[in-house]
Write a protein that binds this ligand. Structure first.
Ligand code: 1CP
Length: 342
């Protein structure tokens, strides 16, 4: 029997949508916090295949999600390309910055990335062995624009200002960086698929700050190039694209990029997305992650409304963004129970 997520990705409208959750392995779970403490820090956890596989499996054991997502981070690719990367406790990631040609010239070529990323492929191989037969394994990478925003600024930014500034001031350098990340992403995801990932997802968390032609050039075009290259090598592996906060640009995104599924954030209504996005194929989403903190009848009502809005077509239930550390694990169980009984 084909796994439910793969059926939805192939375009089938299922009576009950399959479900998984962004950041399902994370700090809201006590067992994650324990394994992270054992690893020492976040990056040591990412690069320890046994422990990274363990935290990937924890939410599957606890909740029986229909998919597991590889435990890693979108910032490992910049590190593999030669950027310095560290995490400041309570604040987030920090990287060496790219502001001038010499910074770009110091980066490594794409062939070198596997030296750093080999442990990630090993995590995928372990998961492939250990996951239940009905659970789909999802690999992922950041989309080039989102990864570039971190490489340019050296950290997360509220408005991606430094990346927009470099794009305006030195288009050639900015485009060269986008190309390098695009090429690295193709090789990274291709190796994840070789190792056993059955689906891959491209996270463009900051796509919403690209407007007009910039959206075409730096959200659509790189996604299209990555998906075309992956499809040439792995024609049967579905790709989920997540151009977060793309708004009206969600319309036509799957067709323009070749993605098998578009993941929706919760700033678009499910009814609107059913009419304007799901008409082209599978969609994923889009419950506000705040419900995992607040719970109660509002969680149940909103979950049912989303399931009903997307009932006529292929749909994978998920949040609109990652679950937050202050979420209550009981609310996750309530969401799953509601989806499976809706
Ligand atoms: O303290 C901790 O334990 C670290 C918190 C954490 C976790 C659990 C980070 C740091 N990364 C992750 C794992 C992670 N990151 C996954 C694993 C799989 C899962 O979903 O369970 C995935 C898919 C990501 C992807 C990721 N990392 C994105 C894209 C999705 C999104 O949330 O928008 C982004 C933007 C990052 C960068 C990053 N890594 C970590 C943090 C706190 C951030 C955001 C930094 C910022 O913008 O300030």
């Amino acid at each position: 029997m084909t796994k439910t997520i793969l059926r939805a990705l192939a375009g089938e409208a299922l009576p009950t949508p399959p479900i998984w959750m962004m950041r399902q392995a994370g700090r809201y779970l006590p067992e994650y916090r324990a394994t992270r403490a054992e690893a020492g820090d976040f990056l040591s956890l990412c690069y320890n295949p046994e422990l990274a596989a363990e935290v990937t499996l924890q939410p599957i054991r606890r909740y029986g999600f229909d998919a597991a997502i590889l435990f890693a981070d979108i910032l490992l690719l910049p590190q593999a390309l030669g950027a310095d990367l560290w995490f400041v406790t309570g604040e987030g990631p920090r990287l060496s910055t790219i502001t001038a040609q010499r910074d770009f010239d110091a980066l490594k070529g794409v062939d070198a990335i596997h030296d750093t990323l080999n442990p990630i492929y090993e995590t995928v191989r372990i998961l492939k062995r250990e996951l239940p037969a009905e659970t789909t394994l999802i690999g992922f990478a950041g989309a080039p624009w989102t990864v570039a925003t971190y490489m340019i600024a050296g950290r997360g930014t509220p408005d991606q200002g430094p990346a927009h500034a470099l794009k305006a001031e030195n288009r050639a350098l900015f485009s060269a960086l986008i190309d390098r990340i695009t090429e690295g992403t193709i090789e990274y995801l291709s190796r994840q698929i070789d190792a056993g990932a059955e689906v891959v997802k491209l996270f463009d968390s900051w796509a919403g700050s690209l407007k007009g032609q910039d959206f075409d050039d730096f959200a659509l075009a790189p996604a299209k190039r990555i998906i075309a290259a992956l499809k040439a090598r792995h024609p049967d592996t579905p790709v989920i694209a997540f151009p977060r906060e793309a708004g009206e640009r969600y319309v036509g995104f799957a067709k323009a990029t070749g993605a098998d599924c578009v993941a929706l954030d919760n700033s678009v209504s499910a009814d609107w997305a059913a009419q304007n996005v799901q008409v082209d194929g599978c969609v994923q989403g889009n419950l506000a992650s705040s419900h995992m903190v607040t719970g109660g009848q509002a969680l149940v009502d909103e979950t049912r409304a989303i399931v009903n809005a997307f009932r006529g077509g292929p749909h994978i239930f998920n949040l609109g963004h990652g679950i937050t550390p202050d979420a209550d694990p009981e609310n996750v169980a309530l969401m799953i129970e509601t989806v499976r009984s809706a």
